[in-house]
Ligand binder design. Structure first.
Ligand SMILES: *Cc1c(COP(=O)(O)O)cnc(C)c1O
Length: 404
């Protein structure tokens, strides 16, 4: 038995890697200069560290250093990208295409813009959480200015056909923004080959610190323009004013260079652990994996436990295992996941699904412990609960709620 509680919520946040922390520490008390101080060595050493980090981030996604703007995280990067395009390209058009399964940072930004007169198309997804690229292309209008589609889904791990989306966007002269927060450091990304114009990422999803992220903004073919969302000292080429979070940026850079080194080996290790987890849990009857089986992040497993009332499931499982039902934000509100609902799942089954996300420090012993504890919890609930008894006899009154 692994020590409890077991952490299997790496998609909510990751622990900061010790090597990342070690790289950051000198920039709190020793090299504490303001990177914008041009006239003394304190400023220069901070600026030099930021330059290195900018290059490390750029390298991981195939960009150049001048195309990286540091932000407070992915949420800010998403807001800057979408609002920045909507405002600056208003003369060209007022239509944005996004998908029904985006993170709330994207969906709420789009809903906010709808109140300001922007028209938004929310593309539906199929049962595996995939969009249809023909449908995407057909949704493009003469007034379309932006396609905002995530790289990989935070709840199911489903990977969108980003390269195809990029090619379609380019062909129609529409900008393409991808929220790649869950994909950066997990999948090889090349903003040039994939025709990505804007890309958001966050340090705390790839073993860096919380509160720092970046937006990639393409400089050539085409040169993307944005309306800045924060006014002030004109830092970051005017895209994002505010004194740079030097320790955080150094940490993000270090996290990116570590990810580049270990990505492949880590994926190979995690896919074995994830498969083991799924094999173990799917031995339970009426248990299903959500997401695209072919195109899925190797460390994510979203599983529906049918006919297990969600309150009992979540209370039982989270006693010893840190997992979430849907995104961290949806769990807080107790709402069924908008991602699983968009995939056609019934209300109850969407609420009785758990997202297991593994990571760098997950062990085989932890996976075994999770299989054991979840299996015991589900079996206990089912043996005591009316829902399971009625479902066995086909007498469940609200059967549609449990639709797969
Ligand atoms: C975590 C997450 C975000 C938000 O990132 P923050 O850095 O916490 O603001 C946005 N999009 C996706 C897909 C995420 O997983």
């Amino acid at each position: 038995m692994a020590p409890l509680p077991v952490y299997m919520d790496y998609n909510a946040t990751t622990p900061c890697d010790e090597r990342v922390l070690a790289a950051m520490l000198p920039f709190f008390t020793q090299h504490y200069g303001n990177a914008a101080s041009k006239h003394h060595s304190f400023g220069w050493s901070a600026q030099a560290a930021v330059d290195i980090a900018r290059q490390q981030v750029a390298t991981l996604v195939g960009a150049t250093d001048k195309e990286i703007v540091f932000t407070s995280g992915a949420t800010e990067a998403v807001n800057l990208a979408i609002k920045g395009v909507a405002e600056l390209y208003a003369i060209k058009g007022n239509h944005i295409i996004t998908t029904a399964v985006e993170h709330s940072a994207v969906l709420d930004t789009c809903r906010y813009l709808e109140k300001k007169g922007i028209e938004v198309t929310y593309l539906p997804v199929d049962a595996s959480g995939q969009i249809n690229v023909q449908e995407l292309e057909a949704a493009i209008r003469p007034t379309t200015i932006l396609i905002a589609a995530m790289y990989a889904n935070n709840e199911t791990g489903t990977i969108f056909p980003v390269k195809t989306i990029g090619a379609i966007a380019k062909q129609h002269s529409v900008l393409f923004f991808t929220d790649a927060t869950q994909a950066v450091g997990k999948l090889p990304i090349d903003v040039v080959a994939e025709d990505i114009d804007l890309l958001a990422l966050s340090a705390h999803k790839l073993y860096g610190p919380k509160g720092v992220g970046a937006l990639y903004i393409r400089r050539r073919n085409p040169r993307v323009q944005l309306q800045a969302q924060l006014q002030g000292g004109g830092h970051e080429q005017g895209w994002r004013s505010g004194t740079l979070n030097v320790p955080g940026i150094v940490g993000l850079g270090k996290a990116c260079s570590l990810a580049a080194e270990s990505m492949q080996a880590e994926n190979e290790r995690l896919i074995l652990l994830r498969n083991r987890l799924e094999q173990g849990l799917l031995a339970l009857p009426e248990t299903y994996v959500n997401g695209d089986k072919q195109n899925r992040l190797s460390h994510v497993s979203n599983i529906s436990f049918r006919y297990v009332p969600n309150q009992a499931l979540i209370t039982g499982v989270t006693k010893h295992i840190a997992v979430s039902s849907g995104s961290a934000c949806a769990s807080a509100s107790g709402q069924p996941s908008h991602v699983l609902l968009a995939m056609g799942r019934g209300n109850q089954i969407a609420r009785s699904s758990l997202r297991f996300s593994l990571g760098r420090f997950t062990t085989e012993e932890e996976v075994n412990t999770v299989i054991e504890l979840v299996t015991a919890t589900v079996n206990t609930i089912r043996s005591q609960d009316m829902v399971w008894q009625l479902a066995q006899k086909d007498e469940l009154p609200d059967a549609a709620d449990w639709k797969l």
